[in-house]
Write a protein that binds this ligand. Structure first.
Ligand code: FES
Length: 104
């Protein structure tokens, strides 16, 4: 088990456990921090998070369907935005800090 730090929309920090190989969406949804209404298929945008650039470098690059969804969101930030359902946790992400994006 690893852990991530999620900063919610009110600015509160929450430490969440995450299993290696699981997407970041699962602990965020379980903690009711994101809606994740499409269940993780990159088609709703409700699992949008932002990640600071130093952590972004440790993540795999976006695929085209993730990028397409993100670019349709009003709070898209090219340098920081990811869909949490499209990022699978690996051990080198342990301690990653992310922020839940504002609602659309
Ligand atoms: S859960 Fe719908 S886009 Fe990630």
């Amino acid at each position: 088990m690893g852990h991530i730090i999620a900063i919610d929309r009110d600015g509160a920090r929450k430490e969440l456990e995450v299993k290696p190989g699981d997407s970041l969406m699962f602990p965020l949804r379980d903690a009711m921090l994101v809606e994740a209404s499409c269940g993780g298929c990159a088609s709703c945008g409700t699992c949008h998070i932002t990640i600071e650039p130093e952590w972004m470098a440790k993540l795999p690059p976006r695929k085209s369907d993730e990028t397409d969804m993100l670019e349709s969101l009003s709070h898209f930030d090219e340098a920081k935005s990811r869909l949490s359902c499209q990022v699978n946790f690996t051990e080198d992400m342990d301690g990653l800090v992310l922020q839940v994006a504002p609602p659309e």
